[in-house]
Design a protein around this ligand. Structure first.
Ligand code: P6P
Length: 334
């Protein structure tokens, strides 16, 4: 059997050979991975752990929180607050940033996360996941506030997700390609199972919530309609469709076999730029996709170039196989 490389060894070798990962960032990534193992355990218990169903509260998005949303959020906070690698954290489940308490040393990194993406799938046993993004705290005074987080996605120093599906798989980039680690539950460690992941530039598979079709803008309607026309239409080939309603699972499929994912702006809430959140969903996923040779735009601009105005800002998302993203983006220019 080929030698098994653990996440720890991978990160140490990346640090030693590539110089990509300062020791504090390596510690941060190890802590996040350990937290994801804990979340995976909680998710896997399901009804036996009394963790299904709603918590009876709403998050900053006005969405009903599931018990596991809160558990996952707490696991990430408690795992990361004492290590000395972070100045503060931000989460989909918390209105404001969480500044590392004074009783712990402050570090130079900012950690953002959607602790459990795809919550609507928890109770029906469909894949969900944790998405995370790491920024450096801007130089300057020791205090930290929300404005320190408002950096474009191209400023990220690490990004990844952990998908809790048939396997528990951690996918990570520090700016030198994308690597995948599968959790070996017998050893209790993540093992490298794929690296230098590449997304095919072309695809015949799109992911979108078709029930929103009547609300889409014309360029998206045109793009999807041409896909649906298949071989006899302008695309000259048939397309398949997938929609898991867990961004983590849809993006994992795209990183594994290609595809294009769209959650575009629509007329249901025209004042909102989209449904997905820029800072802790679109930015980390867009960087992973770009690092694997794909593309990610909001229909008009590269997502990683967007300068956020507020922490929980939403954005229209089109990402995946490069040629498809470029096509649907071009339709927005006409
Ligand atoms: P819809 C999950 O709630 C999420 O934020 C993404 O993970 C997912 O892609 C999307 O929303 C699903 O939205 O409207 O299809 O339920």
């Amino acid at each position: 059997m080929s030698q098994r490389i653990s996440l720890t060894r991978y990160l140490v070798e990346q640090q030693r050979m590539e110089g990509h990962i300062p020791s504090q960032l390596r510690l941060l990534l190890e802590v996040v991975a350990r937290a994801c193992k804990g979340i995976s355990q909680a998710v896997n218990k399901g009804a036996l752990g009394g963790v299904l169903g709603t918590a009876g509260s709403e998050n900053v998005q006005g969405e009903m929180q599931k018990k596991l949303d809160i558990i996952a959020n707490e696991v990430l906070i408690e795992a990361n607050e004492w290590g000395g690698h972070l100045a503060a954290m931000a989460s989909e489940e918390m209105d404001d940033i969480y500044v590392v308490p004074n009783r712990y040393p402050q570090g130079e990194y900012l950690l953002l996360f959607d602790p459990l993406d795809g919550s609507s799938n928890i109770d029906v046993n469909v894949s969900i996941g944790t998405i995370f993004s790491v920024l450096k705290k801007p130089e300057g005074d020791n205090s930290v506030d929300e404005t320190d987080f408002l950096q474009a996605g191209r400023q990220q120093v690490a990004a990844g997700y952990c998908v809790y599906g048939p396997q528990t798989t951690l996918v990570l980039t520090v700016g030198d390609g994308v690597a995948m680690f599968t959790l070996d539950r017998e050893q209790g460690s993540f093992v490298l199972t794929d690296e230098n992941i590449r997304i095919p530039e072309d695809t015949q598979e799109f992911a979108i919530n078709m029930s929103n079709m009547r609300h889409w803008d014309e360029p998206v309607k045109r793009y999807i309609d041409e896909c649906l026309q298949g071989k006899t239409g302008p695309r000259g080939k048939d397309f398949n469709m997938r929609w898991i309603a867990s961004m983590v699972a849809d993006v994992h499929r795209i990183l594994t076999r290609g595809g294009v994912f769209l959650y575009p702006w629509d007329k249901r809430e025209p004042e909102k730029a989209g449904k997905l959140r820029l800072m802790y969903e679109a930015n980390p996923m867009s960087w992973l996709v770009e690092q694997a040779g794909g593309a990610a735009t909001n229909g008009k601009q590269r997502i990683l170039d967007l300068k956020p105005g507020k922490l929980h800002e939403r954005v229209s998302v089109m990402l995946g196989s490069k040629n498809e993203v470029e096509r649907v983006t071009a339709y927005h220019q006409v």
